[in-house]
Write a protein that binds this ligand. Structure first.
Ligand code: GDP
Ligand code: MG
Length: 441
């Protein structure tokens, strides 16, 4: 998603960067380009206007224009405002204090309700929950069958009572969930081609019957502003708690992702990024903003990589350590392994003799340092990672700006790296490190 917008914004910012010192007129010119780019991305025009006004107001302050890096400051403001536009913080599912948590999925026909019922169930199952899917789309036998098929793929039970009354089925499903120890109940409902009264009425009755903890509206990102309008209607009539934005993989513009929250006041909680059941991502406004600004979406990539980490890599690492052949890829790998095990403090607290001796503050610092290290290495090219000695001052500057850090941070990391290498050399040859935890940078 967002290809067009990314391109246009980066062109506008490139012009800004080339200027060095900025005047108010330069900022206003750039903001005109930003506004056009947003409109072309199918962002609601009121939202685009407000956005540009907000950024301009912050950017033409003397603190920005007179700073040493005014263009960077402007980009930073755009990044922050884009994040805020999409809701700021990640918005999670609110689980009921007394299970089962009831989640009602609603939306137009073809928006992806059935698929996302299963995606959601699968991701919850992976988190150790015991979800139950319920077939409340009763108008076509094929709809029930479809839910059964995806439910089976996800390894999640499906409750159905054929083509009965959807309100009664929802209630029966809730009883079934309680009786069988399911802690999450996900209701798949029928959709129509357009928002209509009969559909809303049915959803209202289901809502009244099972009192969902979360009503999630499923909308197709590819429909742009229509998706936003649908969200407004559902929110007004039914009241929704959040949105699942589907088919982001096929959406090149991004207008829905950018406007839904601002128009409806309701956050996007998840994004669907493909037809497969793992193609579901929690929606992180901050990561989306950096994706749009072409800063890459490191964290999501890292999370994906983490799921793949395996024993083989650990063994490879041990071998490299022994031969003193580590490079920055290994450094990054060890951070990712570490992160896989949990937060720094949770890992440290598991080590004998550490508990209670390291303050929370130190832990937090360590955590931040680890994130920074990760950011810096991720900003290196493959060549640089393999040959740290190639990192000259101009490369350092590029890496620092790419990772949002300072050259001194890059220098510190390079020093740490050299130290680790030296240490490895001293310990090398004894073969003692095999099977141990990978070194922390
Ligand atoms: P429903 O009518 O709302 O239940 O929609 P379905 O779950 O049946 O999905 C409609 C179509 O959209 C199916 O062909 C899905 O495979 C497809 N689909 C759903 N979510 C996504 C997604 O995130 N990305 C892509 N590319 N296709 C999706
Ligand atoms: Mg369906």
């Amino acid at each position: 998603a967002f290809e067009g917008l990314s391109e246009k914004l980066s062109a506008a910012f490139k012009r800004l960067r080339s200027k060095g010192k900025l005047t108010e007129a330069d900022v206003r010119q750039a903001m005109r380009e930003v506004r056009l780019a947003l409109l072309e991305a199918d962002v609601n025009y009121k939202i685009a206007k407000q956005f540009v006004n907000d950024v301009t107001e912050r950017a033409i302050g003397s603190a920005v224009l007179e700073s040493l890096t005014p263009a960077q400051q402007v980009i930073k403001i755009v990044n922050e405002e884009l994040t805020a536009l999409m809701g700021g913080e990640q918005s999670r599912i609110r689980y009921a204090s007394k299970p089962p948590t009831v989640i009602l999925l609603c939306g137009l026909q073809g928006s992806g309700k059935t698929t996302h019922a299963a995606k959601l169930a699968l991701s919850m199952k992976k988190q150790g929950k015991r979800p139950l899917l319920a077939a409340c789309d009763v108008y076509r036998p094929a709809a029930i069958k479809q839910l059964q098929v995806v439910g089976e793929k996800a390894g999640v039970p499906v409750f159905e009572q054929g083509q009965g009354d959807p309100v009664k089925i929802a209630k029966a499903a809730l009883h079934h969930a309680k009786d069988h120890g399911s802690d999450v109940l996900i209701l798949d409902t029928a959709g129509r081609l357009h928002v209509d009264e009969a559909l809303m009425d049915e959803l209202k009755r289901i809502k009244a019957a099972v009192e969902p903890d979360e009503i999630l509206l499923v909308v197709d990102a590819m429909t742009g502003q229509d998706a936003v309008n649908v969200a407004s209607s559902f929110n007004e009539v039914l009241g929704i708690d959040g949105v699942i934005l589907t088919k982001l993989d096929g959406d090149t513009r991004g207008g829905a992702a950018l406007s839904v929250r601002a128009v409806t006041g309701k956050p996007i909680k998840f994004a669907g990024t493909g037809e497969k059941l793992d193609d579901l991502e929690p929606f992180h406004p901050e990561r989306m903003a950096s994706r749009i600004l072409g800063m890459g979406d490191m964290l999501t990539l890292i999370e994906k990589a983490e799921q793949e980490v395996d024993q083989k890599k650990a063994a490879e690492m041990a071998k490299k350590l022994k031969h003193n052949a580590i490079d920055f890829n290994d450094f990054l790998e060890s951070i990712r392994q570490m992160k896989k095990m949990g937060s720094l403090s949770s890992v440290m607290n598991m080590l004998p003799g550490v508990r209670g001796k390291v303050s929370e503050e130190q832990m937090d610092k360590g955590e931040i340092e680890m994130k920074r290290t990760e950011a810096i290495i991720t900003s290196m090219t493959a060549y640089e990672r393999e040959r740290p000695e190639s990192i000259n001052p101009s490369r350092k500057r590029r890496i620092a700006s790419g990772s949002g850090t300072k050259v001194e941070d890059v220098n510190r990391l390079l020093r740490n790296f050299e130290q680790t290498r030296k240490m490895m050399k001293q310990m090398g040859g004894k073969g003692k490190r095999r099977g141990r935890m990978p070194m922390l940078p």
